[in-house]
Design a protein around this ligand. Structure first.
Ligand code: ZN
Length: 384
């Protein structure tokens, strides 16, 4: 079992060590943060955009945050005599802590329920940082299965805990990977946002999911239906295991886009069983290794966990899935969101989803299929 140790940083922020199974208990004296930190800032603001019906967070105070610091000043490496980092301990496995420069929070509460033009409120919520490893270099794909499993445990724990905070409507674990995506720290890490509203994307996906779920009288989620169709068709499947499947969606928006879906309808990571979490560690690593094997240099990506919003109308139809996208369309070319995509939300994909899936199947080799035989590559065009 993963061992949890919760502590507080000098300015009161929560920090939790998630240590790999079998780790010894943490020495209490090494948990103390000896830095002299300024008090935490008040939350920024959320403003309601009546034109679109969407909330926008205004976080002007984040301008002063750390930007690509050198390794010896990394804020998420373990603390040394020369670098008093955000993590007081001299070593750790996985750690989660409240972001010092949050877009949302630190206070939580309810934002105005019936907004109109001019409605603003405190940017309630929580932004957390998840450090995947004490090592400054490397990537998620290079974590072993034990460590990946600990990260999954951390995501699940935080999903459950943040969902229980007052006013939280949606919990979103994600990883921005690569300078091309705009990361501000090279150290392998992800983030978790807990929003005081349902995000625009979750609202539109949730509406479609609810329509399907209601039409089937609650027998089938929209994601289950799509998963069955993709498995039958086979041409966009990437990999399959006992509890998870990954495919390039029929109408993928990005040059590289993969959805990883649990076969069982669960609302979020916290609802996965121990066996499913074990398998996810293996399958997710395999997927990331394939993504990285596509090009000579590491593939920039956004790995986004779509979890069911807490809204009682949207939650029953929710079905957890991972959406991994990359803007890279060739070894040295990126897709930029320009006029059609940025202004109209109308995507134009330069690569066929079938060719992207074929490439992700073809890169499966000895380098990416080591480990338990729980995931296998489907032969081209295969049905299951
Ligand atoms: Zn670091």
């Amino acid at each position: 079992m993963t061992r949890l140790t919760s502590t507080r940083l000098a300015d009161g922020r929560e920090l939790i060590y998630f240590d790999d199974a079998g780790s010894p208990e943490r020495e209490p004296s090494l948990l103390e943060d000896h830095r002299d930190l300024p008090p935490r800032a008040e939350p920024g603001e959320v403003r309601y955009d009546t034109l679109s019906g969407e909330w926008v967070a205004v976080a002007a105070h984040r301008q002063s945050r750390t930007h690509l610091p050198p390794a010896e000043q990394c804020p998420i490496c373990p603390t040394t005599s020369r670098n008093a980092s955000e993590i007081p301990a001299p070593d750790y496995d996985v750690v989660v802590f409240e972001n010092r420069f949050p877009s949302l929070g630190p206070a939580v509460g309810r934002i105005p329920a019936a907004p109109a033009w001019g409605t603003a409120g405190p940017a309630y919520g929580r932004c957390e940082v998840v450090s995947f490893t004490p090592s400054h270099t490397g990537s998620f794909a290079e974590l072993g299965e034990t460590r990946a499993r600990t990260v999954i445990e951390a995501w699940s724990h935080r999903t459950e805990a943040l969902s229980a905070l007052p006013g939280i409507q949606q919990v979103f674990p994600f990883e921005n990977r690569g300078a091309d995506i705009g990361v501000t720290l090279h150290h392998p890490h992800g983030q978790i946002y807990a929003y005081p509203y349902v995000t625009p994307r979750a609202a539109s996906l949730g509406a479609a999911a609810s329509r399907h779920f209601d039409a089937s009288k609650g027998r089938e989620s929209l994601t289950s239906s799509i998963l069955n169709a993709e498995r039958q068709d086979g041409s966009r499947m990437v990999l399959e295991s006992g509890h998870f499947s990954a495919y390039v969606p029929f109408a993928a928006r990005w040059p590289l886009e993969v959805h990883l879906v649990p076969h069982r309808q669960v609302p979020d990571l916290a609802a996965l069983s121990g066996e499913e979490r074990d398998e996810l560690a293996h399958v997710y690593l395999e997927l990331l290794k394939r993504v990285d094997a596509l090009y000579p240099t590491p593939t920039p990506y956004i790995s986004a966990w779509h979890q069911a919003p807490l809204d009682a109308a949207l939650r029953p139809s929710g079905h957890l899935h991972l959406q991994l996208t990359s803007p890279r369309r060739a070894a040295d070319k990126l897709k930029y969101l320009a006029g059609s995509e940025a202004a109209m939300g109308a995507f134009i994909n330069d690569a066929t989803p079938e060719s992207a899936a074929e490439r992700l199947r073809a890169v499966a080799g000895d380098s990416v299929t080591r480990g338990r035989e729980t995931a296998h590559t489907l032969p081209e065009g295969a049905s299951t």
